[in-house]
Design a protein around this ligand. Structure first.
Ligand SMILES: *Cc1c(COP(=O)(O)O)cnc(C)c1O
Length: 215
């Protein structure tokens, strides 16, 4: 499955984050031995447990909601945090990253789905964040793009329009705030059920779990 998926993603130069929640270490090692090194978890405790047990050159992505009081557990090693959804969280990451003398790369999560429960900024809140004085003081956090999750639905046009919204948000932020920063370039969207739609809408990073590990 991995090779087939990688070939498909190569066509659009999209990166794969293999989502390993609920997967045993052995399943991760199997992909690792095939040369894959970007893995994602949605819970801090699980991320830390796997980080400690597995090879240290794995790049760990935190993709699920992150509580401020848990940033300290991952600050020393996390490769990319996809799910920053408040200024408070950003300031906490800044604080913990400074303690371990790192610059932590993050994505701003935007709420593009219809569902009530999904986390994330709306466009205005994102703009407010990026224009706030607090944002300008950050030194140990680098915002390199956006992340979003589409509604869980069979309606492909709905999903497509939500991914399109995220792409538009990315373009707006790029133009208004990051025009000269080549590092601002990631759009993390697409999961097992909807990644093909995400690729057509400009995803640079898909987060895929079940499809990769299904037997
Ligand atoms: C679980 C999860 C994924 C992967 O979902 P699959 O449907 O298993 O591919 C992607 N992103 C987030 C935030 C997740 O929690």
């Amino acid at each position: 499955m991995l090779q087939q998926l990688m070939d498909e993603l190569a066509l659009t130069k999209t990166n794969l984050v293999a989502v390993t929640k609920t997967q045993p270490n052995e399943a991760i090692l199997q992909l690792y031995r095939q040369g894959h090194c970007d893995f994602g978890e949605n819970r801090v405790q699980e991320l830390v447990r796997k980080y400690e047990a597995l090879p240290k050159d794995i790049r760990w992505h935190l993709i699920g909601h992150l509580q401020t009081n848990k940033v300290k557990y991952i600050a020393s090693f996390v490769h990319l945090i996809h799910s920053v959804d408040s200024i408070g969280l950003l300031l906490e990451i800044e604080k913990e990253a400074a303690k371990v003398d790192r610059v932590i790369r993050v994505l701003l999560q935007f709420k593009i789905a219809r569902e009530e429960s999904k986390y994330g900024f709306d466009l205005q809140a994102g703009l407010d964040l990026l224009t706030s004085p607090a944002f300008k003081t950050l030194k140990n956090v680098q915002v390199i793009g956006v992340m979003g999750m589409a509604t869980l639905t069979e309606d492909e046009r709905q999903i497509e329009s939500e991914f399109k919204t995220l792409k538009n948000i990315f373009d707006r932020l790029k133009n208004d705030f990051f025009r000269d920063e080549s590092s601002f370039r990631e759009i993390s969207m697409g999961m097992s059920g909807d990644y093909k739609i995400a690729l057509r809408q400009g995803s640079t990073m898909v987060r895929i779990g079940s499809l990769l590990f299904e037997k």
